[in-house]
Each structure stands twice: as C-alpha cells, then as structure tokens.
Design a protein around this ligand. Structure first.
Ligand code: NAD
Length: 264
C-alpha cells in the first residue's frame, strides 16, 4: 500500500544523490511523486538508487547529471524532465557546496562556484519551471537555504551570502506567484550530518586533535542548542507538508528546522 498524496506529480530535486536532497527525494517518492534525480556520484550507485526508489515507492525515477554551476546544463535537465514526465510540478533547489576560509584568503573560484551552485542555479531552474507551473496553476518550489540564510558565521562568507540570497529570491518568487496555485518557500536547516558536514567534522577533529565524536559534539554545542543533528527524514517530512494543500497559504517563508540555532 503506497501513499498517494502526490500521485501524478513530478518532483525534481537538485543534488539528490546524497544527504538532504536524497532524504527529500525519498519522502516525496513515498507520497507517490515521480522523481527526477540530479547530482554527482558513481554511475552504478546512482542506478541502484533510482531502482530502489522506484521499487520501494512504486514511482518512476529518472536521472540527469547536469552541473548546477552551468546554466546550459540546467536548461538541458529541465527539458529532459519535461520530455520524460511532461513538466516539473515540485522543484526542490537543494544542490550546494561549502568552503571555509577568511574573506581575505577565500579563493575567488570557490566564491564563484558557491554563488553559482547555491544561488544562481535556483534562479535558472525557477525561471524555466515557472511558466508551466503558472499554466497548470499548481506548483511547489522549495529552496533549501540554511540557518546561514538567516544569520551569519565567520569563514563562510560565500555560503552565508548565497543562502541569504536564496531566502530573498524565495520571497520575490512568492510575491510574483501570490495569486496563483504556485507557492515558493525556503527551508533553513541547522546542522545535518551529511557528507558536506562530515568534512567539517573531520577538519575540526584534526585541527583540535580530538575524536570524531568529540568534534561532532563541539560543532553542535557552538550553534545548535538541542545538541542533536537535524535529519534528512525530518526535512523530507517538512517538504511533504509544504507540498500539501494545508500549506497553500504558506508563501515566502524561511522555515527553520535547526534545533533552536536561530532562536538565540
Ligand atoms: P551533500 O554534500 O550530502 O549533498 C550535496 C548534493 O549536491 C550531492 O548530491 C552533490 O552531488 C550535489 N552537488 C554538488 N555540487 C553540484 C553541482 N555542481 N551540480 C549538481 N549537483 C551538485 O550535502 P547536504 O548537506 O545534503 O546539502 C544539501 C543542501 O542543504 C545544500 O544546499 C546545503 O547548503 C544545505 N544545507 C546543509 C546543511 C547541513 O548541515 N548538512 C545545513 C543547512 C543547509
């Protein structure tokens, strides 16, 4: 017996071969949405992922390898989704990278890549998805921002700028679609233990000469009052809610799920 709240819809999730994107893809598939996966990774592992989602959830899955820093590849991915599934009803802009350095030491190419992948890619997917969503008078755009879309941290200038930017983009899109059946919202997670954060845990353990467990605790205790990581499954459940009818009037929100990080 499968859930059917999103049956007949197509969801495209950028950066869904890992971490939060994969958690959201799984949650939407569990509600019956066909899934367009995107992101980097081993070809065989991605095939296996596609097959397991399709089998577990009784949905169709396709994959496109577009690099989110390349507008032409993004356009090819959106065209592919339309050809295969007739359009994108649910767009989750999730692909993202991180780099940690003081501004004066921040590599220019890393700045450009973070702005392109974490911010501009969402503009490109949205500009290409919105006409069909408006025509159908139904659509859901969910932008995965961060607690760093609401507050800053040192050594994360590009990331903080991109995430504040995507919160702004979300508000502008919500206003442009306010009188339609299309909604646009951002989700602002705190620390989630994905490969993106594991790198920061490992760097901290090495720098401080402590165990991985101690580095995790240190990371959480600085920012996240709950002392617990947020999970991809919890974020997936929030995305499902934002796709529901109950969320029809949730528009332009920057919804934090951050163990209390931004309440401080
Ligand atoms: P992750 O590294 O596990 O996954 C990132 C995904 O993006 C992968 O599928 C990867 O292949 C893909 N990706 C990276 N560069 C890409 C590119 N150029 N083109 C296409 N795909 C690309 O990271 P995650 O932690 O799951 O992060 C997902 C999103 O959540 C990011 O936007 C991140 O900023 C945000 N976020 C993460 C946390 C956290 O604590 N992990 C907190 C707040 C926000």
């Amino acid at each position: 017996m499968h859930n059917t709240t999103l049956q007949g819809k197509t969801a495209l999730i950028t950066g869904s071969t890992s971490g939060i994107g994969l958690g959201i893809a799984r949650a939407l598939a569990q509600q019956g949405a066909h899934i367009v996966l995107n992101g980097f990774g081993d070809a065989d592992e991605i095939k296996a992922l596609q097959a397991s989602l399709a089998q577990d959830c009784g949905v169709k899955t396709i994959y496109h390898p577009a690099d989110m820093s390349k507008p032409l590849e993004i356009a090819a991915m959106m065209k592919f989704a339309t050809e295969k599934f007739g359009g994108v009803d649910i767009l989750v802009n999730n692909a993202g990278i991180q780099h940690v350095a003081d501004i004066e030491d921040f590599p220019v190419d890393k700045w450009d890549a973070i702005i392109a992948i974490n911010l501009s890619s969402a503009f490109h997917t949205m500009r290409l998805a919105l006409p069909a969503m408006k025509m159908k008078n139904w659509g859901r755009i969910i932008n995965i921002a961060s607690a760093h879309g609401l507050v800053g941290s040192a050594q994360k200038s590009a990331y903080v700028a991109a995430k504040h930017g995507i919160v702004g983009l979300t508000k502008a899109a919500a206003l442009e679609t306010a009188q339609t059946g299309v909604t646009c919202n951002a989700i602002c997670p705190g620390w989630v233990l994905t490969p993106l954060v594991q790198k920061q845990v490992d760097a901290r353990a090495e720098k401080e000469g402590v165990s991985i467990e101690a580095a995790k605790k240190g990371l959480l205790s600085e920012k996240q009052p709950s002392g617990e990581f947020v999970t991809p499954e919890q974020l997936g459940a929030l995305a499902v809610f934002l796709c529901s009818e109950a969320a029809n009037q949730v528009r332009g929100a920057a919804w934090n799920m951050d163990g209390g990080w931004t309440a401080q």
